[in-house]
Design a protein around this ligand. Structure first.
Ligand code: SF4
Ligand code: SF4
Length: 419
């Protein structure tokens, strides 16, 4: 046993459930070939089994909180591919989130990093502040200063080059309130906007409302909704995540909604775990549209091309709703809908992972870009805005002209939706 040079941490002793979760691992190793980071490094400490061993050892005071231990945990994408194949049903996602939350207060991040994290997590948790930042960024993009800053490498000098390169053209999110049905009425659903997505992927939100309204569903955009808390939960900020869950529960309460629809699998996976839950079932837009009524009232223009579907990790490994995107896209006449060859591996976007672990994120992205090139597809469909931004960044860097769109945006465009 390696002696723990640190004083015993009451925080980690207060969490026997995490130790119990880690103890469920029987070290069979079946998860190893499914772990993207282990596939790249072939280092046991970058595998699910190795990380569970490290977390258990730290929880039991057998290992100190060393830079090496933090490095192996930080390299984990929290993609949960390991959880999906584990015969012992180890809830790896809950385990790593729980341990990260315990570690965060004592890990001693450098001052600038601490300040940037506080700024990022604080802004995401305040929708009005985020809207204000969005307005400033839109004005910056429209003025041409963004292109100028990229050309001058000013963003690189400020350490913001990667974030700036990932930033797509921003647009205004849908207005708050009720968007009435435009066909025989079939009920009302709520729409979850997300935080970054309401700015970076506003077109998908508008497209979702367009399709739902034309099938006969009124859409309620609850004004007091906020960030789902996923980034806070995975980043060790569990108290904030719980506060955001409470605010969302209040925002969607008492509105007689058939469902609360999301357009981002990352948000959906977090909304689905709220305890107590939201006031109506949480569903991905494609999953809702798969069983929605009213399709006989609309027509879709043909699109003679191959659409390759990139399945986001949390759609495959947590929500298990990845088939819905294919079913929705197959409504487009003439389209050939295929799975992207590397769908069993994370693209490297993983929340803010592409910003915090750029080397591994780039390696994983390279595999995706190769798969996209080999697919011959002119359009990539994905149900997560973070994946979409990351893939678009990689394609743009290679000068490869392929559109990356949400499935509902493609369907809306074939129904006549224009930006
Ligand atoms: S598959 Fe499950 S039990 Fe086996 S090593 Fe991985 S986490 Fe442990
Ligand atoms: S969550 Fe993903 S990256 Fe992390 S250990 Fe599991 S498979 Fe590997």
């Amino acid at each position: 046993m390696i002696p723990d040079p640190q004083p015993p941490s009451p925080a980690r002793d207060d969490h026997p459930l995490l130790r119990q979760e880690a103890a469920r691992c029987v070290a069979c190793g079946l998860c190893l070939p499914h772990c993207p980071t282990y596939r790249k490094t072939l280092n046991e400490a970058d595998s699910p089994r190795g990380r569970i061993f490290l977390m258990a050892a730290w929880l039991e005071h057998k290992l100190p909180l060393s830079p090496q231990l933090l490095g192996h945990l930080d390299l984990c994408l929290a993609c949960r591919a390991c959880e999906n194949v584990c015969p012992s049903r180890v809830r790896y996602g809950q385990l790593v989130d729980g341990v990260r939350a315990l570690i965060e207060p004592g890990r001693g991040r450098p001052g600038v990093q601490r300040m940037l994290r506080r700024l990022l997590f604080g802004t995401l948790a305040r929708p009005r502040l985020l809207q204000g930042v969005g307005r400033l960024l839109r004005a910056w993009q429209r003025s041409g200063l963004q292109a100028l800053a990229r050309g001058s490498h000013l963003l690189d000098a400020l350490g913001l080059g990667r974030a700036g390169a990932h930033l797509p053209p921003l647009a205004s999110p849908p207005r708050n309130g009720l968007h009435p049905a435009r066909a025989e009425p079939r009920g009302t659903v709520g729409l979850f906007l997300g935080c970054v997505a309401r700015l970076s992927d506003a077109e998908t939100l508008h497209a979702a409302i367009f399709v739902l309204n034309r099938l006969g569903y009124a859409v309620q955009v609850a004004p007091r909704q906020t960030c789902c808390g996923a980034l806070h939960e995975h980043g060790g900020e569990q108290e904030t995540a719980q506060r955001l869950a409470q605010e969302n529960r209040a925002a969607f309460a008492g509105q007689d909604l058939q469902a609360i629809i999301h357009t981002a699998s990352g948000c959906g996976a977090t909304l689905a775990t709220y305890a107590p839950p939201l006031a109506a079932p949480v569903l991905d837009i494609s999953a809702f549209l798969a069983t929605a009524q009213g399709w006989e009232q609309v027509s879709l223009a043909p699109l003679e091309q191959t659409i390759a579907v990139h399945e986001p990790c949390l759609s495959r490994n947590a929500l298990h709703d990845q088939d819905a995107a294919y079913a929705l896209l197959r409504r487009i006449p003439g389209a050939t809908v295929t799975a992207l060859a590397s769908n069993d591996q994370c693209c490297g976007a993983a929340g803010i992972y592409a910003l915090t672990q750029p080397e591994m994120a780039d390696e994983l992205l390279r595999d995706k870009i190769d798969a996209i090139k080999a697919s011959g597809a002119r359009t990539i469909a994905t149900s997560n805005p973070g994946c979409a931004m990351h893939l678009a960044f990689g394609l743009q860097a290679e000068g490869w002209k392929v559109a990356v769109l949400h499935p509902v945006t493609l369907v809306a465009r074939q129904m006549g939706y224009e930006k």
